[in-house]
Design a protein around this ligand. Structure first.
Ligand SMILES: *Cc1c(COP(=O)(O)O)cnc(C)c1O
Length: 203
């Protein structure tokens, strides 16, 4: 189980503190905010996860500065990331985002479209397809949280059955990571439960 400390809207000093406490994986959602932080913390042996929506015009920055991308949701973005991934670096580790909550406001492909995108991503030389990422709709009900994460686990099973093994299920945030772990999460992305409330709540 990997804990990705979601550090968006947190200053570099907070990331250093988390690193000192043992965090080695950091998640950021905004390229412009993340790049100066990654540069400022360059001496730390940390892995950087881009967990936001990738815009095609930011694909190069993401491919050059991050180790992981969690929210690949269309072939065009996957191709742009692969093209831009520097040869000197290992292939970019990627997850396909699946819309498990069926909310229009959340990104990701429909569960039924994930296999097709997985096939396309697998054909790209500079990406390494690791798994699936999902975000549950907010609910206090542990059962409803679990039912949504089960969709991601089931989708992984279907892709696996089609001959594409995936070792990563990136699911679970501060409010629902326990349910995600019960459904087999291998990575949880936790922000406020580690760092406290973000100053800007849109972030
Ligand atoms: C902000 C964010 C998180 C962390 O959310 P918290 O509720 O602060 O734990 C996780 N995943 C994604 C994609 C996010 O944008």
């Amino acid at each position: 189980m990997t804990l990705v400390a979601v550090s968006k809207a947190q200053p570099p000093a907070s990331l250093r503190e988390a690193f000192a406490a043992g965090c080695r994986d950091f998640g950021e959602s905004y390229v412009q905010e993340a790049l100066p932080k990654i540069a400022a913390l360059g001496e730390l042996a940390a892995a950087w996860h881009f967990i936001g929506r990738v815009q095609t015009n930011k694909a190069r920055d993401v491919a050059e500065h991050f180790d992981w991308v969690h929210a690949v949701d269309r072939p065009r973005v996957a191709a742009a990331l692969s093209r831009a991934r520097p040869e000197a670096l290992a292939p970019l580790e990627v997850c396909i985002q699946v819309n498990i909550s069926a909310e229009a406001s959340k990104g990701g492909v429909a569960p039924g479209d994930a296999l097709q995108l997985a096939r396309e991503v697998r054909g790209l030389p500079r990406l390494r397809l690791r798994g699936l990422m999902g975000m549950a709709r907010h609910t206090e009900s542990r059962e409803e949280q679990r039912a949504q994460f089960a969709v991601l686990a089931r989708t992984r099973g279907e892709i696996d059955a089609a001959g594409i093994p995936l070792d990563t299920l990136s699911m679970g945030m501060s409010d629902d990571f326990a349910a995600a772990i019960e459904e087999g999460a291998t990575m949880v992305r936790v922000g406020t439960a580690i760092f406290g409330a973000r100053a800007r709540e849109d972030r």
